[in-house]
Design a protein around this ligand. Sequence first.
Ligand SMILES: NC(=O)C1=CN([C@@H]2O[C@H](COP(=O)(O)OP(=O)(O)OC[C@H]3O[C@@H](n4cnc5c(N)ncnc54)[C@H](OP(=O)(O)O)[C@@H]3O)[C@@H](O)[C@H]2O)C=CC1
Ligand SMILES: O=C1O[C@H](COP(=O)(O)O)[C@@H](O)[C@H](O)[C@H]1O
Length: 510
Amino acid sequence: MTDNPFREEQVARNIAEQCTIVIFGATGDLTHRKLVPAIYNIAADGELPHGTRIVGFARRDKSDEQFRQELAEMNAKVSRQGHSDTLWDSYAENIHYHQSTFTDLDGYKSLAKRLDELEDAAGGPCNRLFYLASAPEFFDDILENLKEAGLNQARGDKWSRVIVEKPFGKDLATAKHLNEVVNATFEEKDTYRIDHYLGKETAQNIMVLRFANAIFEPLWNNQFIDHVQITCSEDLGMEGGRGGYYDTAGALRDMVQNHLLQLLSLVAMEPPVDLSADGVRDAKVNVLRSLRPMPTAEDVAANVVRGQYTAGSINGNSVPGYREEDRVNPQSMTEAYVALRLHIDNWRWEGVPFFVRVGKRLPKKSTEISIHFKKAPNVLFNRDNTSGRENVLVIRIQPDEGHSLRMVSKIPGATTRMESVKMDFRYATSFGKASPEAYERLLLDAMAGDATLFARRDEVENAWKFIDQIEHAWHQSDNPPPMAEFEAGSWGPAEADALLAEGGRTWRRL
Ligand SMILES: NC(=O)C1=CN([C@@H]2O[C@H](COP(=O)(O)OP(=O)(O)OC[C@H]3O[C@@H](n4cnc5c(N)ncnc54)[C@H](OP(=O)(O)O)[C@@H]3O)[C@@H](O)[C@H]2O)C=CC1
Ligand SMILES: O=C1O[C@H](COP(=O)(O)O)[C@@H](O)[C@H](O)[C@H]1O
């Protein structure tokens, strides 16, 4: 019991159920750095259902013991709770490795046999959660082979579910195709399309901030809000061989289609009818459906800026330009930065622009949403210089998770002089403990059958429909909008500032 009664309130959550988690791509980076440490942390918190086991599926030959050892070494490096040999050892006997290739049906038949044996030895059939942590070109093969081997089927009251990693397609057509394949294998209710931004603690808090407080929602509309900004900056570039994938995707597909449009949906949606997965996802998809289209290359040129960084320096370290990065085409026309001015054509947001920007090799890693309220009338206090006098609500997604509210205050003294000050809420100070990693919450939710924080089929497809118009203007139109340049370590191209400038607005300084 805490001494603060408000902390005790909890929104009822389904309970995670014991299951076998089969990870396709189990020797890969995602499994080692994110998935297994997430499961370890869940166990360290005492929330992992007893008897949950992991079966890793990948191509290289190795024993269970080698697999466990490699996972343990990485876990010791990255787990947010540190690494206890005692806890690990008590769990490691539930970790197994199954060698095969994604395209070989026999490997899935032998997997089915292996799962039956493991489960029988532990007392009988168990729920199964299949995690597609492979490169996306294998998703079809894995799904089709799971079906052929009968692994997609529920057995009695034991469910079979699938988690599909990003990227979910590379345009609307491929996303639709993948959805067809997924839904021919698993029912929609058993399909979990992961977007790890939805698992971030502060992204989950957007709904609580908006709908558990009475003071914000009355102001959350075009009467009081001037504009909204969403920034996701990263100082990293193409380290660790990432350039090969990234250069085929770009910032728009890699980050905007999924993470940033999801954040925008949470900020802009109407109150959902309830907190069920479909209640929340219905509300979010309506935002995506209301995004003002950009049907022509001129619309795209007027509202979207794409850019690539040139060589520069970040935190005193010299870094190469985008086209000089490892595994990036030296003539690449892929954007490593994008800024957009979006409009949501509904009653609430009529006339309120949403500015979204994301990029690599910016000065620091930071994701935040800022709600810029309209200025107070120019009477009484605001007759003269009102710059910097707006009320801004900032939702810091990461790092230093929290919220702040900027307001104008009188500077102490005999004369009335004013200054903008901020009220700050920081998770670290108020709750005194680190937030769980996004994958922890998302894995627990999938084990509990709660799809609220996963993207539904229509969300993914509506997001792609919007993104496709921009990609089309960039890569297939006769008059493609230009690629802007900016120096690595700066805040992006000047052209992105111009998107806001015409309304007298500027990007918030992070
Ligand atoms: N890494 C990350 O932080 C993130 C990754 N993702 C997504 O997760 C997915 C996986 O990424 P990541 O872990 O980085 O990829 P990796 O390249 O590190 O791992 C790929 C895995 O797939 C296996 N594999 C490749 N080809 C075959 C095959 N023909 N048959 C069987 N196994 C095969 C590899 O096995 P073997 O080693 O035996 O060859 C390895 O286990 C991607 O969709 C990516 O977009 C999403 C968010 C973050
Ligand atoms: O999905 C992706 O996200 C990461 C950024 O994730 P974060 O949790 O560290 O903010 C990004 O670097 C990567 O390009 C993208 O694929």
